[in-house]
Design a protein around this ligand. Structure first.
Ligand SMILES: Nc1ncnc2c1ncn2[C@@H]1O[C@H](COP(=O)(O)OP(=O)(O)O)[C@@H](O)[C@H]1O
Ligand SMILES: [Mg+2]
Length: 320
């Protein structure tokens, strides 16, 4: 049975650029898919095709059981979208903007008002709620746009890099609203450049680059492919580097990297905090004094590095 979002062989070219080069996607109902990729990977193009804003050259897409190419108007009634397409009216206040969205979607005036107040509070816009949107800063506009997309709870929701440019506090606020929405049964496709975000919110992750899906799986699966977390140790005494490297190598699931200058040793591991404690004990047993030790999760760059042998930024330059 197809999921709430199903795409098959999507191709979209812009001149020489194959923005989508045969993308397949499946998002089961009530789950979150994190579409992960660097700038220019094709994330926005995929979202635009799935939300009826752009015709693909070929391929097929079904959203909420409706064929996107055949019945775009019906699809639009089932979806919500937030992204680089601000729907905010400059001359209305923040509150009026949100209430208007609610009423456009046939909420009662009372429900629209309550939902608007709740979202203004959540996104730290309560104080500015009764000022016109044109007086808002860029960050406030962005939060208002997100709030506008969240007024109604559509069965299927698309969010294109929703937290790019948000400060940590508002990022957390958005994560909460999203989790709330999903708990209520909404299916979500979220694009992001941050593995950490996909990690936190997504059931499944799909990594795309140059319009192609290069990996998919749960966050744990992707991390396992990148060699999981890294333990980083800074030894106090340079003379201990060799022994410490040997110790870490024993715990490692991949190549150990040593920086002589900073006396820092890094090695991919799996086993988390428990393993970290073992490493500390072993170093201690061998009489190796450490200045610093920590567990670091793989970043999107680590995933990319492992999947393609290139950092995300380098790839971007290559594609130009
Ligand atoms: N309207 C357009 N006209 C020409 N090229 C485009 C257009 N939209 C996207 N592209 C190109 O398609 C590729 C994918 O873009 P996009 O989907 O926006 O990537 P992402 O959202 O992952 O950053 C990029 O190389 C981009 O320059
Ligand atoms: Mg984009």
């Amino acid at each position: 049975m197809p999921g709430a979002i199903h795409a098959e062989g999507l191709v979209k070219t812009f001149g020489d650029v194959r923005a989508l080069d045969g993308v397949d996607l499946d998002v089961p109902e009530g789950t979150v898919l994190g579409l992960l990729g660097p700038n220019g990977a094709g994330k926005t193009t995929a979202v635009r095709v799935l939300t009826t804003l752009l015709q693909p050259d070929s391929g097929k897409a079904v959203v909420a059981g409706i064929d996107v190419l055949k019945h775009p108007n019906e699809v639009r009634r089932q979806i919500g979208l937030s992204g680089q397409f601000a729907a905010v009216d400059e001359y209305l206040t923040g509150r009026e903007n949100l209430q208007m969205v609610g009423q456009l979607y046939q909420m009662s005036a009372r429900d629209a008002k309550a939902r608007a107040a709740e979202l203004l509070e959540r996104f730290n816009l309560a104080e500015a709620a009764d000022r016109t949107a044109k007086t808002y800063s860029g960050g406030m506009r962005r939060r208002l746009d997100l709030a506008a997309a969240l007024v109604v709870r559509p069965p299927v929701m698309f969010m294109d890099e929703p937290t790019t440019g948000l400060d940590p506090r508002n990022r957390l606020a958005l994560w909460e609203v999203i989790q709330d929405l999903v708990a209520g049964g909404t299916t979500l496709l979220l694009t992001t450049q941050y593995l950490e975000e996909a990690d936190h919110l997504a059931h499944d992750i799909c990594v795309i680059d140059h319009g192609k899906v290069i990996a998919r799986g749960t966050s744990d699966e992707l991390k396992a492919r990148t060699g999981g977390e890294r333990v980083e140790v800074v030894v106090h005494d340079r003379d201990h580097l060799v022994t410490a490297t040997e110790v870490l190598g024993g715990f490692g699931k991949g190549e150990t990297a040593v920086d002589n200058h900073t006396r820092r040793i890094t090695v991919p591991v799996s086993g988390g905090a428990k393993l970290l404690a073992e490493v500390i004990r072993e170093l201690d047993t061998r009489g190796i004094e450490i200045d610093d030790i920590g567990l670091r999760r793989p970043t999107l760059d680590d995933v990319f590095m492992s999947l393609t042998g290139h950092a995300a930024e380098e790839k971007e330059e290559e594609s130009q």
